[in-house]
Ligand binder design. Structure first.
Ligand SMILES: Cc1cc2nc3c(=O)[nH]c(=O)nc-3n(C[C@H](O)[C@H](O)[C@H](O)COP(=O)(O)OP(=O)(O)OC[C@H]3O[C@@H](n4cnc5c(N)ncnc54)[C@H](O)[C@@H]3O)c2cc1C
Length: 435
């Protein structure tokens, strides 16, 4: 087994044909001017969407990234897009905010999906967007029945389109016997994440945004009068600041660090597969997910020649030597026909959970922020990044259903999720025994 997964590249498959260097025109903190009108921290989908909106409204905008644009989740993710109405979120949301607020947030989630597709189309972003829906496999007949009830409920309240897939018809959706049937969400889609990131960078640059990287913000402060951004030895006065650092929010941004739970997610890509095997994995070109807490997410590459397969890992650090074999094992449990497939790439990144399972945006002590997409951020970061910018511009279209939700932390939580391995193991146990 170990032999078959050696020689993989320890970097995202996406970066082979989408060079992130195209975004990074200016490097280093010495490039920063003495004063900045609008500073955005983090050059991912959130920060760049915000920058684009602000620049098109006439603002002078600088985006900085500690590493390079797309270094965070935005050029590493699985590329799968859906309205994010997942099981845990639905329960967590209702418990925290009651039914009517939850329904309003779910409506907004549906709207965000439409927003992203229209945005990519109207801006002509070349990012291999594939509109073929997603099949979510059930792990037991109980979970199949539950998913039908849930889908019917969501169809009634937010018009979520779905197609039940009984076990007897599963082969029409997926070349696997693994699941107990499932459900197709035909409006889900997938894209090439790094190409989308580069597309956003280009739009922002064309609108006059300056992107400076590497340039790490080492602290921000507001004394009621002046905002200061620290960059190591340099201190720069800033008109407005937006923090858009999501799963990469460090202790230098302590208020936000204490509100974000970073969780590692890892992905592998197969080498080009035998065409007859590749064609059978997703007969209708669908993306895939599962109806459990720690379900893997996977999809064909845009040319259909490879499988890109991701999931949560128990590893705190980026240990590809450990998570790549784990993911390969899981992949071959679902697709035994891939047991001889070689892995060409393996990589990981951190997603940002929040204690109430929803993203947060707003202003705290004079500093704007947008983050916390709980693992589903392609559409949400694009949309809420724009909304955060509209709030900075004081425009009423920046209103969202998330406004005013308390961005909570927990006593003794300092930004290091020591409890995570226990929670992940518990979820894995629950998934295994269908509790
Ligand atoms: C492996 C993986 C798989 C995923 N799969 C999916 C998926 O299939 N579908 C989906 O919808 N979502 C997925 N996601 C989540 C999605 O990628 C994120 O929610 C989204 O990219 C968040 O975008 P962002 O711009 O808010 O943050 P990011 O893209 O993470 O960008 C944050 C940036 O902030 C920078 N930064 C941090 N601190 C500082 C500082 N002090 N100074 C300057 N810069 C700083 C970082 O370098 C980083 O580039 C996945 C994420 C990962 C990691």
């Amino acid at each position: 087994m170990a032999k078959k997964i050696n020689n993989f590249k320890h970097k995202p498959f996406w970066w082979d044909d989408a060079k992130l260097e195209q975004c990074n025109l200016t490097g280093g903190i010495d490039e920063l001017p003495v004063k900045i009108s609008t500073l955005i921290v983090g050059a991912g989908y959130s920060g760049l969407s915000a920058a684009l909106t602000l620049a098109r409204a006439g603002r002078e905008v600088i985006v900085v990234d500690a590493e390079m644009p797309g270094f965070g989740g935005s050029a590493r993710n699985g590329g799968l897009i859906g309205p994010t109405l997942h099981k845990l979120g639905l329960k967590g949301l209702t418990a925290a905010y009651g039914e009517s607020k939850t329904t309003a947030i779910l409506h907004e989630s549906m709207k965000i999906l439409v927003y992203l597709k229209e945005f990519i189309k109207s801006e002509a972003i070349d990012c291999d967007l594939i509109l073929k829906g997603r099949f979510y496999g059930a792990y037991s007949t109980k979970s199949y029945d539950e998913s039908m009830r849930r889908s019917e409920y969501l169809n009634k309240i937010v018009d979520l389109q779905f197609e039940p897939v009984p076990k007897s018809e599963q082969y029409q959706q997926i070349g696997s016997d693994f699941y107990h049937g499932g459900v197709v969400y035909p409006d889900d889609s997938y894209l090439q994440p790094a190409k989308y990131l580069i597309g956003l960078c280009k739009l922002a640059l064309d609108a006059g945004v300056k992107i400076i990287a590497p340039a790490r913000v080492t602290g921000v402060e507001y004394d009621g009068n002046r905002r200061i951004a620290h960059f190591g030895h340099r201190q720069i006065e800033v008109g407005q600041i937006l923090i858009a650092t999501n799963g990469y929010t460090g202790p230098e941004l302590s208020y936000f660090h204490k509100r974000i739970i970073p969780i590692r997610s890892a992905v592998i890509a197969t080498e080009e597969l035998d065409p007859s095997i590749a064609a059978g994995l997703s007969p209708k070109g669908r993306g895939f997910g599962g109806l459990s807490r720690l379900a893997p997410y996977y999809r064909p590459s845009a040319d259909g020649k490879r499988l890109i397969f991701g999931g949560r890992t128990f590893e705190v650090k980026d240990r590809a030597d450990r998570y790549a074999p784990d993911l390969k094992r899981l992949m071959t449990r679902i697709f035994p026909q891939l047991s001889n497939a070689r892995i060409s790439h393996a990589w990981s990144g951190t997603v940002a959970y929040t204690f109430d399972h929803v993203p947060h945006l707003g202003e705290h002590d004079g500093i704007h922020y947008v983050m916390g997409y709980c693992g589903s951020g392609i559409a949400r970061a694009s949309y809420y990044g724009r909304m955060a910018a509209l709030k900075m511009l004081d425009q009423s279209e920046g209103k969202t259903e998330l406004d005013g939700l308390e961005f909570s932390t927990r006593p003794l939580y300092s930004g290091k999720p020591w409890f995570l391995p226990y929670i992940l193991r518990w979820h894995s146990f629950v998934d295994r025994f269908g509790l």
